[in-house]
Design a protein around this ligand. Structure first.
Ligand code: ATP
Ligand code: MG
Length: 400
């Protein structure tokens, strides 16, 4: 008897009310996305559980990928039996026997959502537990910290048994909370900001400002790689590459040196806002963290933020750099971020940017140029890449 499907548990709290169906469908979509290479899998939706039928695919192959999907609380590979007690006992014994070696302890953890089932939870624990103990000499019970925890779920659609349980990535399924635009540089912070928003169920489209020939193709590739990495967490992603050279040059010409940083950020945010409106986004996300660099003081954020009334979300605002680096390492973006290729900001950074820029001043400096027209042009000329690159969108739709 082999595990032939995966039972996926998702948070019951977040699945109440009208959002329930949307939540489950987004979760299904995320799972199909991360497991798209396994063509034999089939997904079946249950009330507060979801099943992935393996159809011969080894569970170990999909386990690590599934652990990254937001919205999953935990999951177990399971075998299914009918509601016949003898059948359940036999399956339980077989599963424990496989995991047993001398000295190991065990317990049974039953759950019963089918209230019509003849035994209650305690009776299931007792009936199955005593059967297994009778048949496996030297097996001992430990209810607190067992080596083998035999899970038995009695549900309307059948009985599911497993000796394994893996914790999921929790959070909300990507897309369940709407869409936002992520300002993605090649640095350490913004991919982490994107990750946190994905975790709260936000679908992300990334925007990167590129300034050839000051910034190289490799800098662009680095951002493509970072965005691709983020797609491992359950969603495809569009990456918009915006040509920014002309605007940066104009800023260098027109704006006093200590204000160029403020102006640059304002243009970035204003362009992001245009793309956000065009793409039906609800917010803009940045990797800013308070006090980290000159442009990240409250005064500075206020002067920058003035260009839009769209919410600007800064999930890292109160985090320390070392903590951000930890997350970057865990999610696998850190080593890409530290590659040396410069982005447009690094190259144009003035030696001493204003840490407390005055809004009126920056507005005045910008008033001599038709930046509006330049920004429209940048949006018109942007390049959009669908990630991950190797798969066309419809390719696994037959699984749906
Ligand atoms: P990061 O590590 O994300 O690059 P940072 O510490 O370098 O951040 P800044 O250079 O002040 O900080 O950038 C602040 C935020 O502005 C970034 O987190 C990112 O969201 C956005 N940003 C900066 N440069 C770019 C760019 N070239 N394209 C898109 N967004 C950018
Ligand atoms: Mg940076």
């Amino acid at each position: 008897m082999n595990y032939d499907r995966i039972l996926v548990r998702y948070g019951e709290l977040s699945t109440k009310g009208r959002n329930r169906n949307q939540f489950i469908n987004k979760l299904k979509k995320s799972i199909l996305h991360v497991l798209r290479d396994y063509k034999d899998l089939k997904i079946e939706l249950g009330r507060d559980r979801l099943f992935i039928h393996l159809n011969g695919t080894p569970f170990e192959a999909v386990r690590e990928k599934l652990r990254r999907v937001f919205g999953i609380q935990s999951f177990s590979p399971v075998v299914r039996t009918g509601k016949d007690i003898e059948e359940m006992k036999a399956a339980a014994l077989e599963l424990v026997r496989r995991n047993f070696s001398e000295g190991k302890t065990f317990k049974v953890s039953a759950r019963r959502s089918d209230k019509l089932f003849e035994l209650d939870t305690n009776e299931i624990n007792y009936t199955i537990g005593s059967h297994v103990l009778r048949n496996l000499e030297k097996l001992k019970v430990d209810v607190k910290n067992p080596d083998i925890n035999l899970l038995v779920e009695v549900r309307a659609e059948g009985v599911f048994l497993s000796c394994e349980k893996y914790s999921g990535a929790v959070g909300l399924p990507t897309g369940a909370s709407g869409k936002a635009m992520l300002l993605l540089s090649g640095g350490i912070d913004s991919p982490v900001a994107g990750y946190f928003m994905l975790k709260r169920g936000v679908e992300i489209e990334a925007i990167h400002f590129h300034s050839p020939p000051y910034t190289s193709e490799r800098a662009k590739q680095k951002v493509i790689d970072l965005a691709s990495k983020l797609t491992e967490f359950g969603a495809r992603m569009k990456l918009h590459i915006v040509p920014f050279t002309a605007i940066q040059q104009k800023i260098q010409e027109q704006v006093p040196e200590n204000y160029t940083m403020t102006s640059t950020r304002r243009m970035m945010l204003a362009i992001a806002d245009k793309i956000c409106k065009q793409r039906g986004g609800l917010a803009i996300v940045t990797g800013e963290s308070l006090g980290q660099v000159a442009s990240q003081t409250l005064e500075s954020m206020r002067a920058i933020n003035e260009v839009t009334s769209t919410p600007v979300l800064r999930p890292l605002i109160a985090m320390d750099k070392l903590d951000i680096i930890d997350v970057a390492q865990t999610i696998g973006t850190h080593d890409i971020s530290i590659l040396p290729y410069e982005d447009c900001c690094t190259i144009f950074t003035p030696p001493s940017p204003k840490t407390r820029p005055k809004l009126e001043k920056v507005q005045f400096f910008e008033s001599f140029v038709d930046f509006e027209e330049m920004m429209e042009e940048a949006v018109r000329d942007m390049e959009t890449i669908q990630l991950p690159e190797e798969k066309a969108a419809g390719e696994f739709s037959d699984l749906l």
